[in-house]
Design a protein. Sequence first.
Length: 116
Amino acid sequence: QEQLVESGGGLVQAGGSLRLSCAASRMLFSINDMGWHRQAPGKQRELVARITRGGDTNYADSVKGRFTISRDNAKTTVYLQMNSLKAEDTAVYYCVATDIMLRTVWGQGTQVTVSS
């Protein structure tokens, strides 16, 4: 079964940093884009950052300059380095991968809590 496994979430003080990781396994097809979304309580899920197979990136305006998305050479693991964290970054963060057949796989989510 195709799977995305996230790690690295936790509790951090405002101004601190966290690094999220997401490893894909048993994917049926090669992965194109990978990214991170987040969902705060009572809010809709939103895109945080995305990286293409070629390395192009885009970010939500709210995280530009603070978060960095990257990907390993095998193109199956994606990272999200989060610096200067704010209370409003508190959310469940979901990894997502889109394969060459344009199918989307989601991770189970990891909680990030930023205390002010």
